[in-house]
Design a protein around this ligand. Structure first.
Ligand SMILES: Cc1cc2nc3c(=O)[nH]c(=O)nc-3n(C[C@H](O)[C@H](O)[C@H](O)COP(=O)(O)OP(=O)(O)OC[C@H]3O[C@@H](n4cnc5c(N)ncnc54)[C@H](O)[C@@H]3O)c2cc1C
Length: 380
């Protein structure tokens, strides 16, 4: 009897369809094993270890009208307990190449090209170890190189949009493969035209590097202070990487299987950007709850002001570790912005906690927090 776990297509039919692609097909894989939140029910997984296999697999599945979920590191996904009805295409390519040799006068061309599935932090580490700067502020971010443009990954004052040279895309509608410029990708705060979209697969990314080994200018006070630098100054990339990893670890933002504070998708909510016209009213609402003398952490943003979601969550009554020991899903004990799985949480537990926090903040301050991870089969 053929195993039939998917309602849309049988495993045997899939095996026939994908035989020539080079993908490794596995049935009924618990997606919890592929995500950092460690939740998600079963699905058929087609693992693609080469770019050719990835392209061929996605093309076949698209042509057959079979739903596809792309997963690389699984660190920005909240997947339902009943899994995914279709095929999960696991991006497992690994190639990384540093291009340009400053000793031969090729300084202007220095860059790193990584296949989509390459581990992002390993890419950063390789560039720093080779003596190049540029990517160090994005050290310790879990997941793949290819996912970094999807939500315009950012940390410590740097976003990939400002470092990317180009992105190699498979256009799923036309089948065309081409390098595109960052300007074509509609980057914004934790978003791009690739997020929540099935239009394209990132096959590779290329990032510009600094040949002198210095860091990008430090744009985040906490990091600059940790390095004894002024904002806007640079420091050797290796020192900045070390400082970033230290700061991130203190917040549970570096994966550590032994630490449940890192069984998360990182920040669960984005920092809300309030349009300029509404900022005064929001500040007044906040002051009426926390008092006029309490400073509210904010950051400049395009067309508005960005408020700290972590601060709003804490001030709305959700402390670190909420709702307390014994709960399967809790806020991280190090950082209110991370929702965490303490070992036995389901996607439903995490959704329940997320709604409670989101609704509490809305009730207290009139601000609706939006989730940062991509949700599959669940809605908040
Ligand atoms: C502890 C922790 C800390 C984090 N810190 C940060 C942080 O500081 N800053 C930050 O921005 N994020 C952070 N994140 C979120 C996450 O690491 C990033 O968003 C990361 O880029 C996701 O990569 P991934 O390979 O795990 O993507 P996945 O979770 O596998 O996928 C995420 C989304 O991208 C799509 N996708 C993946 N690969 C491709 C591809 N090649 N082409 C097209 N679509 C694709 C998927 O379909 C999905 O919709 C953190 C997460 C954790 C767990």
């Amino acid at each position: 009897m053929p195993v039939r776990t998917s309602r849309v297509v049988s495993f045997d039919d899939l095996r026939d369809l994908l035989t020539a692609t080079g993908a490794r097909l596995r049935d009924a894989v618990p997606l919890a094993e592929l995500t950092t939140l460690r939740v998600g029910g079963p699905a058929t997984v087609a693992e693609c270890a080469s770019t050719d296999a990835l392209v061929a697999t996605v093309r076949e599945l698209d042509a057959a009208g079979i739903p596809v979920l792309l997963i690389a590191g699984g660190s920005n996904l909240l997947i339902a307990d009943d899994g995914f009805d279709g095929v999960v295409v696991r991006i497992a390519t690994e190639g990384v190449e540093i291009v340009g040799d400053p000793d031969r006068g090729e300084v202007a061309e220095c860059s790193v090209i990584a296949e989509a599935g390459a581990n992002w932090d390993a890419v950063v580490a390789a560039t720093v170890e080779a003596g190049y700067g540029g990517l160090e502020c994005l050290s310790g971010i879990p997941g793949s190189a290819g996912a970094t443009p999807v939500q315009n990954v950012g940390a410590y004052g740097v976003e990939v949009a400002s470092l990317l040279r180009r992105v190699r895309l498979l256009d799923r509608a036309t089948g065309e493969i081409r390098w595109v410029e960052p300007a074509e990708l509609g980057f914004g705060y934790r978003t791009s035209i690739l997020k929540h979209s099935a239009a394209a697969v990132v096959l590779a990314v290329e990032f510009a590097l600094r040949a002198d080994g210095s860091s990008a200018p430090l744009g985040y006070r906490e990091l600059a202070n940790a390095l004894g630098a002024a904002e806007g100054e640079s420091r050797p990339a290796a020192l900045v990487r070390e400082a970033v990893l230290r700061l991130r670890a203190g917040k549970g933002m570096v994966l550590d299987a032994a630490d449940h504070d890192t069984w998360s998708a990182g920040s669960f909510f984005t920092n809300p950007v309030i349009p300029d016209a509404d900022v005064a009213a929001v500040r007044a609402a906040i002051a009426s709850h926390v008092g006029p003398d309490v400073a509210v952490p904010t950051f400049p943003a395009e067309n508005g002001v960005k408020f700290s979601a972590g601060w709003l969550i804490e001030r709305a009554g959700f402390a670190k570790g909420f709702p307390g020991e014994g709960s399967p899903a809790r806020l991280s004990t190090k950082h209110t912005l991370a929702l965490t799985n303490r070992g036995a949480a389901t996607a439903t537990d995490l959704v329940t906690l997320a709604r409670r926090v989101r609704d509490g903040v809305a009730e207290r301050f009139g601000i609706r927090l939006e989730p940062e991870p991509v949700t599959v089969g669940v809605s908040l």
